[in-house]
Design a binder for this molecule. Sequence first.
Ligand code: SF4
Length: 526
Amino acid sequence: MSEVLTATKKDAMFTNEDVEKMMHRFHYSEGTKEIIRNENLLPLGVLHRIHLTYPQHSGLKETGEFYFNDKNQYIGIKGFREIAKILSSHGIEIGHLEERELFIRVYRFMATKHVLNTINWADFKNDSKFQLVFPQPGMIRADITKAYLNAGSEEEREKIVKDYLHETNPHDGKQQLNKPTFINEDGEIEVVEGSQHKYPPVKLIFDMQTQNCFSFCNYCFRHAQVRHDEDMFIQKEIKQVHDYLREHKEVTDILITGGDAGYIKAKRYEEYITPIIEDPGLSHIRTVRLGTRVLTYHPELIITPEYNDMLKLFKRLYDNGIQPLLMSHFSTPRELLNISTIAAIRRLKAHGVTLKSQSPIMNHISLFQDKNGKVDVDRSAQNWIDLGNILAMLGLGFHSMYLARPTGEFHYFNQPVSEINKVFNKIYRSLASINRPSRYITQTSSAGKISLLGTVELKGEKYFALKFNEGRNMEWMDKVYLTHYDEVEKTIANLRPYEGDKHFFDDELIEIENKLHESIQTGRKK
Ligand code: SF4
């Protein structure tokens, strides 16, 4: 027994020479290699422990040559075809090319070389990153797909794509109503077009520099931003944000998001944070968050010398009592277990950045079915239990898990609330309390973020117990409420009220929505 253990341990050992070889495999520049060595970003102890504990997820011992070396991003149908060709030249056929292209024409496609090179192409169908980034058969409704594949001409295909595009639902939850308004210096109502302020403590900013992503996730909930639809949110003027914040002392956190906030340049970020640090009228801001998938898709950015300016700004915030926070979106262990992501995490942490992760639980990526098409509770839960433990080992907080909102190809990614409840229960009880998600699983609707607490039996009947985690009226958070148990419904907001035909907040929600609508219309007329 001990011999086996010793052999396993020996096999997993890493040496400095191994690290040099790994850095060479990732084609790091000399500047990046120097940073990694000087800042101790890949200590052997970390690599040993993670690989020994999670060999089934680890890419650390992979030595194969990378297939994607000539550019940083592969974009659109052209990029997709280039990828298929490169794979084909290595004997890998992903198949279903036309069907995958239909998805790309309706939504979009982009993949970084990092994400492509860290997919295990020997078993790509089961690789979570492949499922996350590549369009899959069955995503677009069967009738649309059939019509597209059978179309006789390019004009016909074009029409099918255009018609279907109008059917897709980029915004749910009445997001346009989240645009804040305020009385400006001239006493007029002004709409902050590139922001959302739905819950009192947090203001979201869709900055003009962050309207792109590094790679696109198949399930993106921000199609309007990603496709650059007419109704996208876009914040051009930074002063307007500060003016609004001076009037809103209830805001403690700003969240720069997108697209991907990892795109923000140091100069523009500095324009956001300098008044927050220096102006006493903004001393109520405690945290500056960046919502980004850079650690999954392009972690190499953070370990370049060019990123030093951003790191200085994070440190400046931290040294002024303001929390710089990077909210990442990990949903599978595989996203973390490569040297670029590990080194980037350690570099950010060394510069005072708090790191957390929140992500949706999605079919085929982080939620699995058995051969009979039923949710495989054990396998799905294990993905998240391993993820929670790896996040802890690297010092990231497991902020939250959520059910996706009904946007995009919702049917493909979601499962009934009742099944998700079983998976989440197992995750929650299997992790140590400090490594669990910081709240029960939620789903967002216009009313707010609603947590699914579990089930309860009353007089022989089963019900779901729910609680607001955030609400358009924050006082709604104080109540636990019930809905009928349902084995089919995938959207929490559609669950049938416990009594009558309304939830306790429904009437007030309509009132609030009407007022917000009126205020935005008045602001736009000025
Ligand atoms: S990173 Fe966010 S905005 Fe970009 S594609 Fe993924 S889900 Fe959409």
